[in-house]
Each structure stands twice: as C-alpha cells, then as structure tokens.
Design a protein around this ligand. Structure first.
Ligand code: ZN
Ligand code: MN
Length: 484
C-alpha cells in the first residue's frame, strides 16, 4: 500500500547567554566539572530561582523569527521526574502558556515557492546536568560521575505541529533542520553546534494510508547526534513501519533509540510506561508579563533573516541565486563578503575568489571563516591588485595562501617578494625569444597551424617568469613574432 509519512521535530537549543536561566553562574562549555555551580542550580533547600531576562529576550527573538504569536502572559511549570543529573527532582519548564505559539518556518518547496512548516510552540526551560560514566555504556560502567555545570543552562524547546504542514519526507526533514539551525544562528541566540549538544533533536514519525484523514500511531526517536543519523533513523523507521502495516500489524506508540552502528531503531519505552510528569505551575516563580515595548523593541532590532539576506544579495549585489545560496548559508561568510565588498573594485571577482579560493583554503585547513586571519578588506585589496593588472591570478593565489597562513597584508607580500607583473614589454620579448630558441619543434607546430601548442609555449614563459608575466600579453607578443 502507499503511505503518507508525517514527521515532526522537537528541538532543544542551548542559548548562549552569559549566565544560567535562574542563577548567576556562568555558561561555559568545556569548563572543569562543577566549576560553575551554586545553591540554585544544584537544588539546595531554600535556594530560589531568579529569571534571566536575556534568555526571555532570546526566546521572544526566536519566536518572532519563526513567525509565532508571542504570549503576553507566560508561566513556568515543574516537570517532575527523577534522574541523578536533575538535582531538584524536577525540571523548570513551561506547560500551559509558553512564550511563543503557532509559528511556521518556510522551506523551499522545490517549485520556486515556499512550504511553511508548522511550529506549535517554543518554550524556555532549564537544561539538566551531565552524567559521565566510567565506561562507554551505562551497563558496563562501574560508577558514574555528575557534572552540574550544564544544570540550569537556558534551553529553547521548539515543537513542530503535526496538524499544520508537517514534514512529509526525509528530504524535507533535512531541509527543515538546516533552515532552523541557519535561522537561529542568524539571530545570534546560539551557535547550534551539534557536537557540543547545543542543537539536539527528537523526532516523531508516523505513517498513514494515502488519502486517510486519521493519524497512525507514532514513534519517537530520541536524541540523535547528527543530521546524517536522523536521516538514517527515519529511513529505517519508514521501512519498519511500512512492513508492519503491510502485514496487517499495528504500530506501537513508543519511544525508540537509534543504534548508530547497526543503523536500526530499538524500543526504549512504550506508551504504558511513559513517565507522568505531573506538571504544575512553579510556585517559586511568578507569572511573566511581557510589555508591548519589550516585544516591539525585539521585533525592531531583529537581525536580517536568511531569506531576506538571500533576496538582498540577488537584488542589490546582482549575485546569481546559486551563488547567493552558498554565500548566505553561513551568516559569517555573508558578513565577510559584505564587509569587504565596499573595498573591492570588481565585486564579482571578489565573490568568485571567496567561493572558490578562500573556501578551498578553509576546507584544507579544516577551519571556519571566523578563524580566518585575512581581513575582508585585505582580501578585497588582493583582488584589486589582480584587477589592476599589478599581479597575475596564479601569483594572486600564492599571495592569498601566504596571507591565509600569516595574516599579512597583500601589498607587503607583493613588494617584499617582487611579485609585480612584468610591465616592460621589451623584457618580455627577450624571454619569448629565449623560449622560442629552446623549443624549435613546438614553434614549428604552431607555425604549421597547431595553435594548441601555443599554450605550452606561454606556459614556458610563465614558468620562466615565476608567474609574473601577463599571459595575454605573452600571447600577443608570440603571435606577432610568429606572423612575421
Ligand atoms: Zn548556579
Ligand atoms: Mn524539553
């Protein structure tokens, strides 16, 4: 039978505030264990939480970027469960009245338009601590240690809406996650680095016969460590659920775990033994009332979103859609381009060199643009040396690679190494004569009409001059001499 796939994500995003959600402890990834803890975030009796305003601001910023309604009145609730990394025995989260509801995120629909993926709610909650086991798996561990540095770090939970334009394919699921991460980076509330646990995904998936209005039972797959694992887990689940439904079986509503080695999902817990969190409003925190001014100020100062930037690059800078998509994928790259473009005489060339030469160097060094030693202005100036015919492109590439290593300015490197193009035509003519003299056979071939061989001769001059000759000029001189 033909089935329709319905996919929804619950995404947890760590906000990069300076301090935790309800205390003054610093948020610092990789700090020594339990170096950023206090009575509040370790759940000592009598310690009282105080809400971090910046975290609320970031939450509202995300809500506005994701087209949500912002609730003027909001409330924190206790989500009760026991686990050693949760010192209070409950997590402060939101249940009724989250900060943001009824939003959407547009992804490309493949026909030049957009598909608005429904977002049910966005709420703010605290993260739990972290258990460190003495062996790789909990089963083999002799003991476990707990690090509370992460306890009470502000988390955003973004919940998809299975009733409003849910995701229908693995392809869409991937596009959604990438667009979501890109958007959250653009509004500068989180780096969203998956490896650091700053962007964590649970996914719900169910199947139903095509045309059916009822939803099938869904399974939830917890905590996946990469976009690739998410695709693989979904692929497996679609196959597994299809087989069960085809043979007349029933899908159990359950939580499953993805086995990264075997590429399969395994049951973790069923609906029957799902925890009952007994949510209730947190009596230590008063209801939050957001003033219109507070919300409007965030709206006014909302940074440019990916689609806006893409549109601007195409319209204002005349960049092709394909290049603009690559350029805007990472906000830092887009900003780098904008910063240097005002200094570049030839913006198209400047753009091509970023996309080709700079990306190549970054890839080879396994580095990112924020760690690049070349300032956007220096990069633009290097391109100006090329467009003004002061150095050749091959020399430009060498200079770029030295700039990349050392961060020195292009003008200094060019002057110091004497890399300027040979402007003196008579000097070039002498070199051409010399090359002709050394290569009588290729010269004869060119004279017999085999013009391909001319490239070889030009290459010899380039080698002789260490790339400092203008190849077009060399060609001109050669053709002139040969036509005599
Ligand atoms: Zn604390
Ligand atoms: Mn949560």
């Amino acid at each position: 039978m033909d089935y329709e796939v319905i996919i929804c994500f619950e995404t947890h995003v760590e906000l990069h505030t300076a301090t935790k959600l309800f205390c003054d402890c610093a948020v610092e990834y990789g700090a020594p264990p339990n170096s950023h803890i206090c009575p509040v975030c370790t759940g000592q009796p009598g310690a009282l939480p105080v809400l971090n305003k910046k975290a609320v601001e970031y939450c509202v910023r995300a809500g506005l970027a994701l087209n949500c309604e912002i609730n003027r009145n909001s409330r924190f609730a206790r989500k009760n469960y026991f686990y050693p990394d949760l010192p209070k025995g409950y997590q402060i989260s939101q249940y009724e009245l989250p900060f943001c509801e009824n939003g959407f995120l547009e992804i490309a629909d493949g026909n030049g338009g957009f598909y608005p993926v429904g977002i049910k709610r966005i709420h703010l909650e605290e993260d739990a601590g972290k258990l460190v086991h003495s062996a790789e798996s909990l089963e083999k561990a002799e003991h476990s240690l707990v690090d509370y540095n992460r306890a009470c770090v502000p988390l955003l939970e973004i919940v998809g809406d299975h009733l409003r334009n849910p995701l229908r394919s693995i392809e869409q699921a991937r596009m959604y996650l990438e667009k979501l991460r890109q958007t959250l980076r653009y509004i500068e509330i989180s780096e969203c680095i998956i490896e650091k646990g700053q962007f964590r995904c649970d996914v719900n998936i169910s199947l139903r016969p095509k045309g059916s209005k009822n939803f099938g039972n869904r399974t939830e797959i917890k905590n996946m460590a990469s976009f690739r694992f998410i695709s693989e887990a979904l692929e497996y689940e679609i196959k597994r659920q299809t087989e069960i439904l085809d043979s007349g079986g029933e899908i159990l509503q359950e939580t499953r775990l993805f086995d990264e080695q075997k590429k399969i999902t395994l049951p973790m817990r069923s609906k029957e033994n799902a925890p009952d969190y007994r949510y209730f409003p947190d009596p230590d925190l008063i209801e939050v009332e957001l003033e219109t001014d507070f919300i409007e100020k965030i709206r006014t100062n909302l940074p440019e979103l990916p689609d806006q930037k893409l549109k601007r690059f195409i319209e204002e800078f005349g960049i092709s859609r394909k290049d603009a998509i690559i350029l805007t994928r990472d906000k830092n790259v887009a900003d780098y381009f904008i910063e240097g473009s005002q200094f570049a005489h030839d913006q198209k060339k400047y753009l091509r060199w970023i996309l080709k030469e700079l990306f190549k160097l970054l890839n080879e060094a396994n580095s990112v643009i924020t760690d690049c030693k070349i300032s956007p202005r220096d990069f633009a100036e290097l391109i100006n040396f090329i467009t003004q015919n002061q150095i050749t492109e091959p020399v430009g590439r060498d200079v770029l690679s030295e700039m990349f290593q050392t961060g020195r300015q292009p003008g200094v490197i060019i002057k110091e190494k004497g890399l300027q193009i040979i402007q003196d035509d008579s000097a070039l003519e002498r070199i051409v004569d010399e090359i002709f003299g050394k290569n009588p056979e290729p010269v004869a071939l060119v004279q017999a009409g085999q013009l391909k061989t001319l490239e070889f001769l030009i290459g010899q001059v380039m080698r002789e001059t260490k790339g400092k000759a203008n190849p077009n000029k060399v060609r001109e001189i050669m053709l002139q001499k040969l036509s005599k």
